[in-house]
Design a protein around this ligand. Structure first.
Ligand SMILES: Nc1ncnc2c1ncn2[C@@H]1O[C@H](COP(=O)(O)OP(=O)(O)OP(=O)(O)O)[C@@H](O)[C@H]1O
Ligand SMILES: [Mg+2]
Length: 280
């Protein structure tokens, strides 16, 4: 792991889930902008540079600022690419070095670094997880997504055993602890919640709560299924930018609800106030 003294180490927030399309990059960009607006110095790293969702949205954001002359907060950003080396140990060493270099460049000027991981089990994803102070796992609100956390009895929804991703997080926790005695606070966030709570949705919530104690995570009722979480992506904007960006979107009830959901997530991370980190 990058050797950064504990006192000056930024708080690292990892967005991870081996399941593709669960909302990692969407959650990452909303956390980044919310924290920037709270006065934190934020760094962002895309560990899924081949897909480049976070990289793309931040590039679009920069373009918006440059072309519209409207100032919006931007994070410091690095993309970490997968190695092109064939030999696995060499490729891992290559990726570790690329990650460490990017992290070391960002760390001195950041209070928080947000890492967006790919939706697959890769070396960079594992290495990123082992740096987490806070790990946020968005899951779509169904038992299909649930399967990467635990195997569940289809009849009665009892938990049979923890699954591969939960085991990967366990490994990351061990690595983090042996590196600097740090602990990973793991938040599993339900994403794309439907407006009406169907019976199956309640079951997901209940089963998640019972699994939380066994595997060691906290649960959060995260973002609702809302157009505002995806419609501004191509411009690199978020719902926290709507007023300033002056793009003709009227703030409705759904936006206010979405903003409340983002605020609830940010406060669940329990960061020290920005001003305190700046003088620390
Ligand atoms: N709460 C939400 N409401 C509406 N759309 C959403 C929400 N969360 C995510 N989406 C949409 O779902 C799709 C997948 O989201 P996203 O790209 O954030 O997932 P991901 O976990 O980063 O995917 P990958 O594993 O491929 O990196 C995107 O089109 C995104 O706009
Ligand atoms: Mg993504």
């Amino acid at each position: 792991m990058a050797t950064i003294a504990a006192a000056s180490r930024p708080h690292v927030i990892v967005l991870g889930n081996e399941k593709g399309g669960s909302g990692k990059s969407t959650t990452a960009i909303h956390i980044v902008v919310a924290l920037l607006r709270d006065g934190y110095r934020v760094g962002a790293m895309d560990l899924d540079a081949r897909q480049g969702t976070l990289a793309g949205t931040l590039k679009a954001r920069q373009h918006f600022v440059d072309t519209k002359g409207i100032v919006l907060p931007l994070p410091a950003f690095r993309a970490v690419h997968r190695s092109t080396l064939d030999n696995r140990p060499d490729a891992e060493a290559d990726e570790r070095a690329a990650f460490d270099a990017a992290f070391a460049e960002l760390a001195p000027d950041c209070d928080v670094i947000v890492l967006d991981c790919p939706g697959a089990d890769t070396f960079l994803s594992r290495y990123g997880h082992a740096h987490a102070d806070t790990l946020i796992t968005p899951i779509n609100d169904s038992f299909v997504d649930f399967s990467m956390l635990a195997k569940v009895d289809p009849e009665n929804h009892d938990i049979v055993n923890p699954s591969i991703y939960a085991e990967m997080v366990w490994e990351a926790r061990k690595q983090r602890f042996s590196a600097d005695r740090g602990r990973i606070d793991w938040i599993v966030m339900r994403n794309r919640l439907a407006g009406s709570e169907a019976r199956n949705k309640r079951d997901v919530g209940e089963t998640l709560d019972s699994l939380a104690k066994r595997i060691g995570f906290r649960t959060l009722k995260g973002f609702g299924e809302r157009v505002i979480f995806r419609e501004l992506y191509l411009q690199g904007l978020t719902l926290m930018d709507v007023r300033e960006a002056n793009i003709g979107i009227a703030l409705g009830l759904s936006h206010i609800a979405a903003r409340t959901e983002v605020r609830a997530l940010v406060s669940a991370i329990k960061l020290p106030p920005a001003a305190l980190r700046l003088v620390a």
